[in-house]
Design a protein around this ligand. Structure first.
Ligand code: NAD
Ligand code: TYD
Length: 352
């Protein structure tokens, strides 16, 4: 039986990964270490309550005693590190926590993994691996043409992407210096169930269904490359199983859209499924994000060629699945948007 230490498994992508892995593998054990920040939510894991293959531990990836204790108790042979502060706008307001969690937290996990796995002669058992879940934002911004490959120079702009880039460099440092077996995945923007409604797609679904203004930054022509979250989970699983030691794999499905096109799509679906009076008049152009990257676009050729990965869910299908999920899970959305969420929303959007 394989045991994986999954960090941040109560967040958006981490919880989707846990559900994906438990569906796919009968003989597996997932130790889920999550601090349960504003973005972590045990409701995401309600459908697997009581499943003995999933062990939830509330705690911080920065806690050395806790993390080394988890290695001793459960002896995982893999770490998949999702835990992070993940929202660019928050990183612009409060960069320090991004450095702590994303950089120092990753360093602590790397140190604990090395301490647990390195043998007396400095080698590692064949089955161990540290997989860092990273982002295409480490490459910076594209102009009108071209794509990010694994060779594109790292050139982050936001405090969030700077912290993720630093973490990637530390992961490679542990590989190059101590020989730790590692992989890094760099995925484009994800969407799907359980995404916190501070991110573009769920925020627009939430606001449109409540007939609130839809805040579009700048001119709405920034481009993101959207991937359905389950396709990202599949890629992580494939890289963990068969990725070549020390390699980076970009993950994306060639699905670039302007932000305004995404917002109009959400409006059209909400109009059709919920309320015919929801129209594009809700769109409100607001002050642009500081340092707003113009365009992201992934070249996924390496993961396709080496591992045979390709996405299963086209955007038209994925966006409909996502809207249906939010419509059918009103309680989930209500619970995460009550309380502290409104204070966040007012702070970020009131004077824009
Ligand atoms: P998220 O914000 O939804 O979830 C992050 C999770 O990490 C939460 O459950 C939170 O409680 C937990 N966490 C935060 N600090 C922690 C700490 N100190 N110790 C333990 N747990 C902690 O983020 P997400 O969108 O699911 O992203 C997951 C990972 O994937 C991140 O590393 C992110 O950089 C990366 N990523 C995200 C996207 C995307 O589109 N969302 C794309 C590419 C890569
Ligand atoms: P976001 O979901 O925050 O992801 P990221 O910044 O990591 O790409 O934002 C996606 C795009 O949508 C980005 O170009 C900023 C834009 N955006 C808006 O126009 N309005 C909003 O309210 C939000 C949250 C994002």
């Amino acid at each position: 039986m394989k045991t994986i230490l999954v960090t941040g498994g109560a967040g958006f992508i981490g919880s989707n990964y846990i559900l994906y892995m438990l569906k796919k593998y009968a003989d597996i054990r997932l130790i889920n270490l999550d601090k349960l920040t504003y973005a972590g939510n045990l409701e995401n894991l309600r459908s697997i309550e009581g499943d003995e293959r999933h062990i939830f531990v509330q705690g911080d990836i920065l806690d050395k005693t806790l993390v080394s204790g988890l290695f001793k108790t459960y002896q995982p042979t893999a770490v998949v590190n999702f835990a992070a502060e993940s929202h660019v706008d928050r990183s612009i307001e409060n960069p320090g926590i991004f450095a702590e969690t994303n950089i120092m937290g990753t360093i602590n996990l790397l140190s604990c993994a090395r301490a647990a796995w390195e043998t007396a002669d400095g080698s590692y058992p064949a089955e161990v691996k540290f997989l860092q879940v990273s982002t295409d934002e480490v490459y910076g911004s594209l102009g009108e043409t071209g794509f990010f490959t694994e060779e594109t120079p790292l050139c982050p702009h936001s405090p969030y992407s700077a912290s993720k880039t630093s973490a990637d460099l530390f992961v490679m440092a542990w590989h190059d210096t101590y020989g730790l077996p590692v992989n890094i995945t760099r995925c484009s923007n994800n969407y799907g169930p359980y995404q916190f409604p501070e991110k573009l797609i769920p925020l627009m679904i939430h606001n449109a269904t409540n007939k609130k203004n839809l805040p579009v930054y700048g001119n709405g022509l920034n481009v993101r490359d959207w991937l359905y979250v389950e396709d990202h989970c599949k890629a992580i699983d494939m890289v963990l199983e068969n990725g070549r030691n020390g390699e980076v794999y970009n993950v994306g499905g060639h699905n670039e859209r302007t932000n305004i096109a995404i917002v109009k799509k959400v409006i059209a679906l909400v109009q059709q499924k919920v309320d015919p009076t929801v129209t594009e008049s809700l769109i409100t152009y607001v002050t642009d994000r500081k340092g707003h990257d113009l365009r992201y676009g992934i070249d996924p050729e390496k993961i396709r060629r080496e591992l045979g990965w390709q996405p299963d869910t086209p955007f038209e299908e994925g966006i409909e699945l996502t809207i249906d999920w939010y419509l059918n899970n009103g309680d989930w959305l209500h619970n995460v948007t009550s309380g502290g969420y409104m204070a966040y929303y007012d702070k970020m959007y009131k004077n824009r």
